[in-house]
Design a protein around this ligand. Sequence first.
Ligand SMILES: Nc1nc2c(ncn2[C@@H]2O[C@H](COP(=O)(O)OP(=O)(O)OP(=O)(O)O)[C@@H](O)[C@H]2O)c(=O)[nH]1
Length: 214
Amino acid sequence: MPNQTATCPVGELSCPLVDEVVHLRQQVITDPLTGLFNVRHFREMLEQELERTQRTRMSTAVMMIDLDHFKRINDSYGHEEGNTVLRHTARLIEAMTRRLDVRCRYGGEEFVVILPSTELAVAKRVAERVRSALASTPVDISENSITVTASIGLAICRVDEYLGAAQLVQEADKWLYEAKRQGRNRVCFNTPVQRDQGVSQDEKDAIRGLFGGD
Ligand SMILES: Nc1nc2c(ncn2[C@@H]2O[C@H](COP(=O)(O)OP(=O)(O)OP(=O)(O)O)[C@@H](O)[C@H]2O)c(=O)[nH]1
């Protein structure tokens, strides 16, 4: 009878070496403060999901979330309490999204979620759920109960309107800053109406002409 403890057969789940590798792999892709995925994993997964969009023709959505006036929380209550707020935010993001969504800390007080195989209408509902949960769920810090809000930018990669990873992130970031600009605690995204505003009067007239409009 061979000595089972002295060997590490492939596929043996209880092998300490395999456990160690799994643990290390987890550490490499995790943000230590919040337990969400880190930005390195976000980049890897985004490339993977965009490839899936090309293969399956199902859209990929990216949701960029930034806490509002977070500096004030640090300044008023200290960095440790600020960290408590970041962990609270991470738990709410997890609670309001699916396990298949890739929930990441992008850095500082910014979070990003990849919503695989998701159209804009669904992404809007998820983003609104996250925004509203944050605004209505207080967190206890320094004997105070406070609520934090977030601004959220959404971007979609469709197979017929394909955006690469960098462009998609840039687009989500653009709408996040639009949400800040409009007063914070809101979700912003590119709507067909806003796209239409980019069409000049000349172009509109030409389209009307093509379809026989007056
Ligand atoms: N506690 C804590 N604070 C952090 C961490 N990373 C970044 N910060 C702080 O996050 C704050 C971000 O501030 P700003 O970029 O000015 O943004 P803001 O105050 O949220 O304002 P708006 O984004 O414009 O609504 C800074 O005070 C950073 O020091 C962290 O890991 N822990």
